[in-house]
Design a protein around this ligand. Structure first.
Ligand code: FES
Length: 327
């Protein structure tokens, strides 16, 4: 392969006074073949040009998760990313992970992330729901989430964590699903009740970025959807998230169209909706208040038939959609 010159534009973050970090961008030139990893080139820079550059790495094999950084706008594992795949006109921008406190240069403080993982009790608990036997198919559900290496790529890209730092986050929720779906776990319902609370599984905005960036194809959002389904199945529906989902279900089944006028009230309740009066007035000023009268959309009969079919033969959300479709 041809050797090329790449410019690495690296965000340098210097620890300042307590809680403050001063940043600037610094350019480095490196010669490399396109299939060289970003991690190798960061080491080249540190070894040959600037020993003060700080970043984390350990296994070099996409196993430990410690080299996750922002590369050309997306959080990726530096040891798994080839420079030729991410350079734009020879330029590669490198920054630390997002949504997390920075310690120095590309090294972040991972403690808030792991505090959330610890909060979901990442271990099996004794209890009344523990199954005596573990079948191989029961374990299929657990398998895909056990691939998680806790690199926090999903957490870094999570748009909900950005606006609500209290949100549990995709990695911890995927880990929670790993225990909820483990037949040996004895307190599944208790876990689901806990996860149904504010800032838990219903806070996910389903932006899918966690699925896109996960280097191990864990698909945290899929795990979150399964947690929600299980939570509702256990009757944990008295919160804005499940009420919102049920309102969608009701409207589409009845008219084929969402009644956005009543949606907020059904989701937040009367008092919750009253708190949003300011937003409603703003929408009204812009002529964006939806009609309170639902109208039936073309093809609603077909939609109803799909619903009836699903009620007769429910799609098992525990399996992939392509493996289980309505008749
Ligand atoms: S160095 Fe371990 S995942 Fe990259």
């Amino acid at each position: 392969m041809t050797v090329q010159t790449y410019t690495f534009r690296i965000q340098r973050n210097m620890p300042g006074q307590v809680g403050a970090v001063q940043s600037h961008w610094q350019d480095y030139q490196v010669e490399a073949e396109p299939n060289t990893t970003i991690l190798t080139l960061l080491e080249t820079i540190k070894g040959g040009q600037d020993g003060s550059l700080t970043f984390r790495q350990s296994c070099r094999s996409a196993i430990c998760g410690s080299c996750a950084i922002t590369i050309s706008g997306r959080t990726r594992l530096a040891c798994k990313t080839h420079v030729g795949a991410v350079a734009k006109d020879g330029l590669v921008e490198i920054a630390p992970q997002k949504n997390q406190p920075i310690l120095k240069d590309l090294a972040i403080d991972i403690r808030p992330f792991f505090a959330k993982v610890h909060a979901i009790k990442p271990y099996l608990q004794d209890g009344p729901e523990s199954a005596g036997k573990v079948t191989s198919t029961a374990y299929d559900q657990v398998n895909h989430v056990t691939q998680c290496i806790m690199c926090a790529c999903c957490y870094s890209e999570c748009t909900m964590t950005e606006v609500n730092p209290r949100y549990t986050g995709p990695a911890a929720l995927a880990k929670a699903f790993r225990f909820v779906s483990d037949p040996r776990e004895g307190r599944k319902t208790e876990r689901l009740q806990e996860l149904s609370k504010q800032d838990g599984m219903w806070s996910c905005a389903r932006c899918t970025l966690c699925v896109d960036v996960c280097p191990k194809e864990v698909a945290p959002m899929e795990a979150i959807i399964k947690l929600r389904t299980r939570g509702m199945g256990k009757g944990f529906t008295d919160a804005a998230g499940p009420r919102h989902a049920l309102a969608f279900h009701e409207d589409i089944n009845q008219t084929g169209q969402l009644n956005e006028f009543t949606l907020m009230m059904r989701t937040l309740g009367i008092f919750g909706a009253l708190k949003e009066t300011g937003m409603a007035l703003h929408l009204a000023k812009k002529g964006k208040i939806p009609s309170p009268f639902p109208h039936y959309v073309d093809g609603v009969e077909e939609l109803r038939r799909i619903y009836q079919s699903l009620e007769r033969t429910p799609v098992d959300v525990e399996t992939k959609a392509k493996e289980a479709v309505p008749e």
